[in-house]
Design a protein around this ligand. Structure first.
Ligand code: NDP
Length: 435
């Protein structure tokens, strides 16, 4: 904390990982003497830059952009770009740190990075968003590249923003390379990339349930968020026989006692992506549902929960409420949605709890497959990609079991994911010597 003053999210992420890694490295001299954990917790570099753009009224606006290149021991830096007013250097450092372990867990050759800006796309016209994205890429282009650093989408950055940024990169460099993932299918994108994070988090949940002889059939699910990850998690939970009761956004949550079926999920997707509307509008469309302003959905009784909105949206008290109401499995679609107090509640209750770095790795995994397709200059078939996603999520689950099994009937998935991700990156760093 002394080393990173004013960066609570980053310190929180490093603390969580360190708690697990200390035990593991205790008797492993090389990791100690080579200061591997300290080196991973110091980004390779942080680029911070001005993003200047003109709004529709002709005002000049000045925002701050960043790219945090955390670690490229096992592959080019890889991680999303976030546009949200809550973006700070601390948030991006925590995300880049987590991304390093997550990418290692996928088994694909990708290092960890993250970027973004404190820009709020909400309420902006398409042309304003385009001008912002072009200005952002006008600086970022010199720091990224298909073999250097390959950004993707994240909160506030979807297909529209990726299209504007890729177009600007291509214009400046005169190169058509796989420098961004999450691209449109017409220009190098991969099938199932939009679905991959939410589907992957649900597959991970399924793998965890199977260890207790269960599946999703007939289970009630509480989901937060209503963006890319949340809607696709809701879709897969429903397809696998579960009933989704809630969705949310930063203004509050909706609770639909009839279940948010596939038709309703399609309505939400369209409403959020095309109309750019709010989740509260759901109630006018489906009057049996209710909207609760300013609250998260964790008080709604459920069997399983998937936090899919943002960091620190599920606190200690929320975790206690979930457990008290009978929730026995949590799969994090978002990055670090559960705070440290909440994580300890889940661990103490010995419920099935998958941290984001394991459960939401399906998105970056398919991004890695998009990079491979771009390098080969061909597109793989949907069935092939679906199978790879299933296999990769099962592989991550296996890694968590290997390093996280505490007893015959309990697996600490947080510990398992931290150790498995750390070991791969750390061993590569050891091979390089002191660099
Ligand atoms: P979207 O922008 O598509 O959706 C984000 C959702 O979270 C929206 O419903 C948004 O509501 C809500 N949200 C954002 N910030 C807050 C906040 N401060 N408080 C409450 N709600 C908030 O993003 P994604 O679905 O892509 O990302 C969601 C999470 O998943 C993030 O943690 C992201 O890092 C993580 N993730 C995403 C991946 C991907 O492939 N997209 C891959 C791996 C992880 P509102 O509209 O009101 O802001």
């Amino acid at each position: 904390r002394k080393r990173n003053p004013g960066q609570p999210e980053f310190c929180q992420a490093v603390q969580e990982v360190s708690e697990d890694i200390f035990d593991f490295i205790e008797d492993k001299e090389a990791y100690h003497s080579q200061q591997i954990l300290r080196r991973i917790a110091e980004p390779d570099r942080i680029i911070s830059f001005r993003v200047c753009w003109e709004d529709d009224a002709g005002n000049i606006r000045v925002q701050r952009g960043w790219r945090v290149q955390n670690n490229n021991a096992i592959g080019p830096y890889k991680g999303g770009i976030r546009f949200h007013p809550s973006v700070t250097e601390s948030v991006l450092k925590f995300l880049a740190f987590e991304q390093t372990f997550k990418n290692a867990l996928t088994g694909l050759p990708m290092g960890g990075g993250k970027g973004g800006a404190n820009f709020n796309p909400k309420g902006k016209s398409d042309r304003e968003v385009m001008r912002f994205c072009q200005s952002f890429m006008t600086e970022l282009y010199r720091h990224v590249g298909a073999d250097v650093d390959v950004p993707a989408g994240d909160i506030g950055v979807g297909a529209r923003e990726i299209g504007y940024m890729f177009g600007q990169y291509k214009r400046i460099t005169n190169q058509f390379t796989g420098v961004l993932t999450g691209k449109g299918l017409e220009y190098g994108g991969s099938l199932i990339r939009p679905e991959a994070t939410g589907y992957g988090a649900t597959y991970f949940l399924q793998n965890m349930l199977a260890t207790r002889g269960r599946d999703l059939t007939g289970l009630n699910a509480v989901i937060s968020g209503s963006g890319n990850v949340a809607t696709h998690a809701a879709e897969k939970v429903t397809q696998l026989g579960g009933k989704v009761l809630t969705l949310s956004d930063s203004a509050g949550f909706i609770h639909d006692p009839d279940g948010i079926d596939l038709e309703k999920i399609d309505w939400v997707k369209h409403h959020k992506t095309h109309t750019r509307g709010r989740i509260s509008d759901y109630v006018a469309q489906y009057p049996r549902a209710s909207f609760t302003a300013g609250k998260t959905p964790w008080g709604v009784p459920c069997d399983v929960a998937l936090p899919c909105a943002t960091q620190n949206e599920l606190l200690g008290d929320d975790a206690r409420a979930l457990v008290a109401n009978g929730c026995f499995a949590v799969s994090e679609g978002a990055n670090m949605p559960t705070d440290l107090a909440g994580v300890h509640v889940f661990k103490d209750a010995r419920i099935l709890f998958a941290p984001g770095k394991a459960a939401n790795a399906g998105g970056v995994a398919v991004s890695g497959l998009e990079m491979s397709q771009n390098s080969e200059r061909r597109s793989w078939k949907e069935a092939e990609l679906q199978q790879l996603l299933l296999d990769i999520m099962a592989g991550i689950h296996e890694s968590c079991l290997r390093y996280g099994r505490v007893s015959d009937d309990y697996v600490d998935y947080v510990k398992g994911a931290n150790i498995a991700g750390f070991k791969k990156v750390a061993d590569a760093m050891l091979a390089y010597g002191v660099v």
